[in-house]
Ligand binder design. Structure first.
Ligand SMILES: Nc1ncnc2c1ncn2[C@@H]1O[C@H](COP(=O)(O)OP(=O)(O)O)[C@@H](O)[C@H]1O
Ligand SMILES: [Mg+2]
Length: 535
């Protein structure tokens, strides 16, 4: 991967926004984050610049003045009761910021809500601002007009780099040999931690040091593993190792061409040229024709991490608040940018999102958050969504401005079938020239890529069972044992094709010449890659 692109949503940028809101006397801001102490430090600086005092409040400790000394405020503050607190803020003559931690549960109390509304209206005339800080968004409708919501981004490259530098200094001061990192190692280590909160990153670094008493390049693997664990805990995102290659995807030349151009536009140079980063692509079509395979291959081709998002789990409500999960997923994806975010079989994930179910519209709202993000995102996160069933997709998803393009992947034509057979024979170390692939391709009309792969596997099993090398006969036999899904799927296929003919681009260029030209090239690429990897 080249130099990391700047994340558009850095904390510094967000703090500037907060600064403007406060100067413009917005009365109440709702800051969404898990990272209280990181936020406190930055707010303290902001308050000092504006010559204001920063006060902290939490239900158990009450109200205390923040000091930048590292120890926690000693003694107990006052105004533990939220209503007393709001009255106190209303009466205070000080120019101040009030950071209320985990205030959101109190917003279920109508008295508190009313007090906050009255306070909000008074504060517009003063130099006081209330900042609610919480990892969860809980905002009654009656407060929506009075409160501004701000999402605090995860640490960016620079913040994490600073943390690493600080930790290394401490470790180095106790043991000179414990840190063995040059600048490039440090950059790689920081990249490996992108997507974590500052305290998660701190824990990971500590673990890397403690593990074998040396902090060196070898710890990157450990860090990546830890990150995968931490991200997995959210149960909706997964870092996916991807070793698929676009050269191992047969056909789909239109799509590959398009991807090649978009891949270029993913670079920093393209931005300077005036291009906006590509948003994403929706791959529709017949099961087993390479949609998931392509999604994985894109990340590998662009040398970006592949993050898989499980929408179904978000909407299932099994893993906590759907809204928080969606926010966290988006933040994590943005913080590892440039990245490919893969949503497989999106229609399955969305089946509960149309709002009619018993969750009083949560799913619809969460889906709305996702769509808005798709529309407005500026981070280099390329979304690849796949879907088998077109009629199950909500129309909002297909509207312009969400995906850059929708591609329809049809069953492979004869030339491409030959190409796919070649690819899978090569993958299993068989020379395609030893077989009459034209004959096989002609006999496998209606087969998907997955079914063609299955043919090759089946034939290999037969040969192995009979203690002999693979022959054309085995492959021919295998084609007879497979009944392609498209036979039982005919009606739906006709409907999908009809739908796609108006609304999607075909992933393949029809025409035999095209097939054979690209086939040669790809075969060449695939062989080259195979030789390189020794597989
Ligand atoms: N166009 C293709 N070229 C090469 N292999 C393919 C192709 N389409 C499908 N396959 C094989 O079938 C498997 C399953 O395909 P997949 O991408 O999961 O299909 P889907 O479109 O249902 O997501 C792939 O992992 C690959 O081995
Ligand atoms: Mg799939």
């Amino acid at each position: 991967m080249g130099t990391p692109l700047p994340n558009t949503n850095t904390l510094n940028h967000t703090m500037k926004e907060i600064d403007v809101f406060i100067r413009a006397r917005y009365p109440v801001l709702y800051l969404l984050t898990h990272e209280e102490s990181r936020l406190e430090k930055h707010l303290y600086r902001l308050a000092a610049n504006q010559k204001k005092q920063l006060h902290l409040w939490s239900a158990p400790t009450g109200l205390t003045a923040y000091s930048d000394r590292s120890e926690r405020p000693t003694g107990r503050g006052e105004y533990n009761d939220p209503i007393e607190l709001l009255r106190h803020i209303q009466q205070s003559k000080q120019q101040a910021l009030y950071l209320l931690k985990d205030f959101h549960p109190f917003l279920n109390d109508p008295h508190v809500v009313r007090c906050l509304r009255e306070l909000a209206s008074d504060l517009k005339e003063t130099y006081k601002t209330v900042l609610i800080c919480s990892p969860e968004l809980n905002l009654p409708i009656s407060l929506e007009k009075d409160i501004t919501i701000i999402d605090i981004p995860l640490p960016d490259f620079r913040e994490l780099y600073q943390l690493l530098t600080d930790i290394c200094k401490v470790v180095h001061s106790t043991n000179k040999d414990a840190v063995q990192l040059n600048k490039n190692d440090a950059i790689e280590i920081v990249r490996a931690t992108q997507g974590l909160t500052l305290s998660e990153a701190e824990n990971v670094f500590s673990k890397a040091v403690v593990n074998d008493a040396v902090f060196d390049k070898k710890d990157i693997q450990l860090i990546l593993k830890e990150k995968q664990q931490i991200i997995r805990k959210s149960q909706i995102l997964d870092f996916y190792p991807s070793d698929s290659k676009l050269a191992e995807v047969g056909g789909l030349n239109n799509l590959k061409d398009w991807l090649r151009r978009r891949g270029k536009a993913f670079s920093g140079d393209a931005q300077k040229f005036g291009l906006t980063p590509p948003k994403g692509v929706l791959l529709l079509g017949v099961p087993g024709c390479g949609k998931s395979l392509t999604a994985k291959a894109i990340a590998a081709a662009w040398h970006t991490p592949l993050v898989k998002l499980d929408l179904g789990r978000i909407f299932s409500g099994l893993v906590g608040s759907s809204e928080e999960n969606m926010r966290r997923a988006i933040k994590v994806a943005e913080s590892v940018a440039p990245a490919v975010l893969w949503i497989d079989e999106i229609e399955k994930g969305l089946s509960g999102s149309s709002g009619s179910t018993s969750d009083s519209g949560t799913s619809a709202r969460v889906f709305g958050t996702f769509l808005t993000w798709m529309q407005e995102k500026t981070a280099h996160v390329f979304v690849v969504a796949t879907a088998n069933r077109i009629d199950a997709l909500p129309p909002e998803l297909l509207r312009r401005g969400r995906f850059d393009e929708i591609f329809f992947i049809d069953l492979p034509g004869e030339g491409i079938r030959k190409n796919i057979l070649e690819i899978h024979l090569l993958k299993r170390k068989r020379n395609p020239n030893h077989f009459d692939l034209d004959e096989l391709a002609a006999l496998t009309n209606g087969f998907s890529g997955a079914e063609l792969e299955h043919c090759v596997e089946e034939a290999l099993f037969r040969a192995f069972d009979q203690n002999k090398e693979l022959t054309q006969g085995d492959l021919l036999q295998a084609t007879k044992t497979i009944i392609p899904l498209s036979k039982s799927y005919r009606e739906e296929l006709t409907r999908s094709r009809e739908w796609a003919s108006h609304r999607a681009r075909p992933a393949d260029t029809p025409g035999p010449q095209n097939d054979s030209n690209s086939r040669k090239l790809e075969l060449f690429d695939a062989q080259k890659e195979n030789r390189k990897t020794g597989s």
